[in-house]
Each structure stands twice: as structure tokens, then as C-alpha cells.
Design a binder for this molecule. Structure first.
Ligand code: ZN
Length: 151
């Protein structure tokens, strides 16, 4: 039996979570009290946490862009397994250093009508967001590339 430092109840040892499982040390407060405290903390800090998350998102938009592109590419199996760490880091930096108002565009679209491009450094370019929306999945306006328009 152990006495909870909060509610002062004597409870079975299993009613106390580990603070360090490796050293076999348990919390001084029982699970019920800890749960109540967490709930109260969450309730009190909900608004502050939301503001923090919004601010984080705004300053780290490139992370989301890189992640969503990586996800789409992996879904399409467009990221070759033979890319080196340097090449992967290079792609990450392109998302990180993306100028305002620009998208990271796949020169040859990942989901083209006739050909599918790869998620590789040499298939990435900066494109004005408005240009990217108008380009959609078309592969054109690129010197040396075949002009393919949507049917
Ligand atoms: Zn308690």
C-alpha cells in the first residue's frame, strides 16, 4: 500500500504509475489524481496551446509542404530508393528555402496523363503559386520537353 500525496488515500501500488519504470520508482500521486490533474491542465491551457500550434504552423509551413509532398510521392512510389542522403537533404532545403508565394513544383508531374515524374531534386523547381494552379498536371512550357496538354 502507498499513500497518495494528493488525495491522501492508501491505495494498492498498481494504482500509482511509474515515474521511472527502469528504476522502479512510482509517482507520489495516484493514477486517479494524475488523470484529474492532466485534465485540468489541458482545460486551462487549451487556448494558449491552440495559439502556440497556430504560430508554429505558420512559421513551419515548409515542413508541412515537404511532408505532404513526400507523402504524395511515396504514395505514388515516385521517390527512388537509390537517392542519396545528400539528394534527399537537397530536396528538403528546397522546401525550406521556398520564397513566399511560390510552390515547389514537379517539372514532370508525379501524376501526369502520359508520363509520371519522379520526386527527385532535378525534377523540382520554384513556381509562382498561381502558375502552379494553372499548370495542374500538365507538362508544358518547359524547354526541351514534349508539350502535353490535358485531353
Ligand atoms: Zn490520489
Amino acid at each position: 500500500m502507498k499513500i497518495c500525496s494528493k488525495c491522501r488515500c492508501a491505495k494498492l501500488i498498481d494504482e500509482f504509475s511509474f515515474s521511472s519504470k527502469i528504476r522502479g520508482i512510482r509517482q507520489s500521486r495516484c493514477k486517479v489524481c494524475c488523470r484529474a490533474e492532466h485534465r485540468e491542465y489541458y482545460r486551462k491551457n487549451k487556448a494558449r496551446k491552440r495559439l502556440y500550434n497556430e504560430a508554429y504552423r505558420k512559421t513551419n509551413l515548409w515542413r508541412y509542404a515537404a511532408a505532404s509532398s513526400k507523402y504524395r510521392a511515396s504514395k505514388l512510389r515516385a521517390t527512388p530508393t537509390w537517392l542519396t542522403d545528400t539528394q534527399l537533404a537537397l530536396m528538403q532545403r528546397m522546401y525550406e528555402n521556398r520564397p513566399d508565394g511560390y510552390h515547389v513544383d514537379h517539372i514532370v508531374p508525379l501524376q501526369g496523363d502520359f508520363v509520371s515524374g519522379l520526386h527527385v531534386p532535378w525534377n523540382l523547381q520554384y513556381l509562382l503559386a498561381s502558375e502552379n494552379y494553372s499548370k495542374r498536371n500538365r507538362l508544358n512550357d518547359h524547354p526541351g520537353s514534349a508539350t502535353i496538354t490535358e485531353g
